[in-house]
Design a protein. Structure first.
Length: 160
């Protein structure tokens, strides 16, 4: 493991901010950032050596890759967290607009409200006949189990 990767991992372990999912996502993003910085030629970096040129190089690469606005914002949040934890919050700009990041957009219908579609009840009904048999064959590998379950599933309470 490289020095920067190890130091960022330790930074995440010592600073348990946010939910478990947030912590895991942040650690993954910071590992990605460390690997990409090394690929870009910043080989002898440590967690404390974050500078604006590193942030700008990262953002320019992400913009060139054509990442979604949400992905860019999540990665920028991880960079800001890193900068805050090492005591250099001014290394990363407070606004993403400084880096020409695209903004998130939601396309709404003409009415301006999101519409929820209701599924008919019969669309979620249990399979019957040939569909039921196909479903059981897909679930069980042994022919004995398939036959046994298909027969027992096809019997109704009036047949017993």
């Amino acid at each position: 493991m490289q020095d920067l990767n190890y130091e960022l991992k330790q930074l995440c372990v010592r600073n348990r901010d946010g939910s478990f999912a947030t912590q895991v996502n942040r650690e993954r993003i910071l590992t990605l950032i460390a690997n990409q910085l090394r690929e870009m030629g910043f080989v002898n970096m440590h967690a404390q050596s974050l500078k604006p040129r590193h942030v700008e190089a990262r953002v320019q690469r992400w913009l060139a890759e054509g990442l979604c606005a949400g992905t860019l914002k999540n990665r920028m949040a991880a960079l800001r967290w890193w900068a805050e934890k090492i005591g250099k919050p001014n290394v990363v700009a407070k606004s993403n607009e400084v880096y020409n990041d695209p903004t998130r957009s939601v396309t709404l219908p003409e009415s301006g409200r999101l519409k929820m579609q209701k599924r008919p009840v019969h669309a979620t009904a249990r399979p019957t006949g040939a569909n039921r048999e196909r479903m059981f064959k897909a679930c069980f590998t042994s022919p004995n189990e398939v036959g046994m379950h298909v027969v027992s599933a096809s019997l109704s309470s009036s047949d017993v």
